[in-house]
Design a protein around this ligand. Structure first.
Ligand SMILES: NC(=O)CCC(=O)C(=O)O
Length: 265
């Protein structure tokens, strides 16, 4: 049966660069905290590259081979607690290549989808060490259609539009988005929500790696562009409830999808 409301928990965690053991341990603590709350979440989301951070010069030795460790933890957790998990993204190694990949699990613990980042971010040298994905990330959870993008992907409006046209009502965005671009982060996320009349659920990390500072400000934005929840710069769980019926209400109030003129552009 299609669910009409979702309670969300965004694990706005700090990530220890190049230390998967510490990061797995911290993530497990935050996962337990997320489900111990009186408002048990329907969907849990975490940041980008939470297993290794941007330890790119050692990424081939640190990446999770075939995503096996990530899958073991998240599949077991989602089944045990009957919760959907958008597993942030991890550095995962397939063959000789390392990707930046989201693994998503439904309430039964089944891996329902994965998505590897399409647009690699040169300012952080991703293109020198990582392979890009070659397909978009659509999925269905609790009968709700959703899309996945990773961090820099939000600068490419064509991608979120494609997901919206394919039926997505919610866009999940794990990120490691640093200072000094808070203004870009907030504005781009709001634009993706308003132009596509969809929920945007974006989880950014906090903390410092070398000289790079990550500001958090994880956000849940509704299809009208209202910010339902926003983190600060500290490690915490950001919670929000969303009502999926609002997507249809906003889309009928301003019928953007009917008024498009794709023949002209
Ligand atoms: N990890 C990323 O993709 C960072 C993207 C970013 O910071 C940006 O400004 O874009």
């Amino acid at each position: 049966m299609t669910q009409k409301q979702w309670k969300l928990a965004l694990l706005q965690m700090d990530v220890s660069i190049g230390e998967p053991e510490r990061n797995f341990a911290r993530l497990e603590e935050l996962l337990e905290e997320a489900v111990s709350h009186e408002e048990k979440p329907d969907v849990i989301v975490f940041p980008e590259m939470w297993n290794t951070g941007y330890a790119l010069d050692r990424i081939h030795e640190l990446a999770d081979r075939e995503g096996e460790r990530t899958e073991r933890l998240l599949s077991g957790f989602s089944r045990k607690h009957g919760v959907n998990v958008i597993g942030g993204s991890v550095a995962d190694k397939r063959g000789d290549d390392v990707y930046n990949t989201i693994y998503a699990f439904d309430r039964s613990g089944s891996r329902t989808a994965d998505y590897s980042k399409i647009h690699l971010f040169r300012l952080m040298d991703e293109e020198k060490y990582l392979q890009s994905g070659d397909r978009v990330g659509a999925l269905e959870l609790d009968g709700i259609q959703a899309g996945m993008m990773i961090c820099y992907d939000i600068r490419f409006p064509e991608l979120s539009r494609k997901l919206a046209l394919g039926g997505s009502q919610v866009l999940f965005v794990p990120a490691e988005w640093p200072n000094p671009r808070l203004h870009h982060w907030r504005t781009l996320l709001m634009a993706r929500a308003i132009e596509n009349q969809m929920y945007v659920v974006a989880c950014n990390r906090v903390g410092v790696s070398g000289t790079t500072e990550f500001f958090g400000h994880s956000m849940v934005i509704d299809p009208w562009g209202e910010v339902l929840a926003e983190g600060d710069g500290t490690e915490r769980i950001v919670r929000a409830s969303i009502d999926l019926e609002l997507v249809e209400q906003v889309r009928s109030k301003i019928p953007v999808f009917e008024d498009r003129r794709p023949a002209l552009y």
